[in-house]
Design a protein around this ligand. Structure first.
Ligand SMILES: Cc1cc2nc3c(=O)[nH]c(=O)nc-3n(C[C@H](O)[C@H](O)[C@H](O)COP(=O)(O)O)c2cc1C
Length: 407
């Protein structure tokens, strides 16, 4: 074969390979971060005033929620909104008491409440209004509020404006830029619920001890096939699947740099064992290692052991209501953090593992360690998070449209 012919052939192979690579990259969303129908709710969230209370649901669905399961359903009427749990979207063995599910509903409730308030309504929330059903999480009555003084922006309006900018940040945080005491105090000041408490782990020794417990909990969870399978059901590492389901955990939300993200999307989807390894490494080397501060939201009373697990009533309404209120507080903290350019990430594996220990009836190693760290047995941990200044921006996650979440 002549040299020119060989070169032509090689060129064609290269063009094909490059073309195939580009096709594969675009098919996997390498060039489409934050785009497509699954991301539209982030840009259409202000809706149209003629839609009435549906506009508040647009704000609600942008809330934080466990594994991006979006476990909510909404029912609307002119003067009232009802929020329901969608049990088909529970995390199963990863959330055996549905603590996280109710926390997520609380987050949605907070956004909804802010949207109604900013629109001039008094939103009166009744938690668990139906004694016969724990799935009816809240009823929100809407009445017109007296006209607010014009001029300065209300705190609710500031938090409301942050709704589409709030994203969970799993990237490394900037350890050279400490979080000020004033910021921690301001965050603490957002809690007005006597049954909830915010504990800070800011001093290095305390942070390290909590980080160790979190890493140990991750290691135990990683070996727990039932839990890992439940978690994997919400992985949406394939672009088309993610666009169709519009929920779950995505590559874009992992806190990777632009290059790492492109590569992770382009390469074949990792097998379950590799996903577990990556999670373990991210927890140890990236997330706990760069937490400027940890916070623990705790609730008074409550227990980690299953209530009536042997056939009784399961979780009680008082407990679920506390979780809803805690979810509202978490959303408020994260929105306020967003207004201050702080990065935040819930990291709940230690609580999840403690619950799992209770369900399995095994030695409560992580449960005890957590209790000792908090040091006040009356307060039970409900949510753990890290806080700091970002080194990378956090990206939006998919959302199902409002029309898919109406009961
Ligand atoms: C109750 C609850 C528990 C969560 N636990 C974790 C966690 O353990 N690790 C984590 O990385 N993110 C956790 N998250 C964050 C969610 O995964 C995140 O809110 C969801 O994927 C939607 O993404 P967004 O917050 O960026 O909108 C949790 C959120 C909530 C409300």
């Amino acid at each position: 074969m002549k040299r020119r012919t060989i070169l032509k052939g090689a060129g064609a192979v290269l063009v094909l390979a490059a073309g195939g690579g580009v096709w594969r990259a675009s098919d996997r969303g390498v060039f489409s971060t934050g785009r497509g129908p699954a991301y539209e709710p982030w840009s259409t969230w202000r809706g149209d005033p003629s839609e009435g209370p549906l506009v508040y649901v647009r704000a609600a669905i942008l809330a934080a929620n466990p594994h991006n399961t979006q476990p909510w359903l909404f029912r609307l009427s002119a003067s009232r909104l009802d929020l329901f749990a969608d049990p088909r979207r529970s995390l199963g063995p990863l959330d055996p008491f549905r603590r996280e599910l109710y926390l997520g509903l609380g987050c949605a409730l907070e956004n909804l409440h802010l949207a109604a308030q900013v629109d001039g309504f008094l939103a009166n929330v009744a938690y668990l209004p139906d004694a016969a059903s724990l799935e009816h999480a809240a009823a929100i009555g809407l009445t017109r509020a007296p006209a607010a003084p014009t001029g300065s922006r209300s705190p609710a309006a500031t938090l409301h404006a942050a709704i589409p900018r709030r994203h969970t940040n799993r990237a490394p945080y900037d350890m050279a830029r400490p979080v000020s005491q004033a910021a921690l105090q301001a965050l603490g000041g957002l809690n007005d619920d006597p049954e909830l408490m915010l504990f800070w782990f800011a001093e290095e020794g305390k942070r390290r001890r909590l980080a160790e417990v979190m890493v140990r909990a991750t290691e135990a969870m990683r070996r727990d096939d039932e839990v890992m399978r439940a978690s994997a059901q919400w992985e949406r590492f394939r672009w088309r699947e993610m666009q169709a389901f519009a929920d779950g955990l995505t590559v874009d939300a992992l806190g990777l740099s632009a290059k790492e993200r492109a590569l992770a999307k382009w390469l074949p989807t990792p097998d379950p064992a590799r996903v577990r390894d990556l999670w373990q490494r991210a927890t140890r080397e990236r997330q706990t290692a760069t937490a400027s501060v940890f916070g623990v939201l705790a609730g008074l009373g409550g227990e980690l052991t299953p209530r009536g697990a042997s056939g009784g009533g399961g979780v009680r309404a008082t407990e679920a209501a506390r979780w809803l209120r805690c979810g509202r507080l978490w959303q408020r903290l994260h929105l306020w953090g967003t207004t201050q350019d702080l990065a935040m990430q819930p990291m709940n594996q230690a609580i999840e593992r403690a619950e799992r220990e209770a369900v399995l009836g095994v030695e409560p190693t992580i449960g005890k360690a957590l209790e000792e760290l908090i040091g006040e047995p009356r307060w039970k941990p409900l949510m753990i998070f890290r806080l700091g200044y970002p080194t990378l921006p956090a990206l939006p996650t998919p959302r199902r449209s409002v029309h898919r979440v109406l009961a």
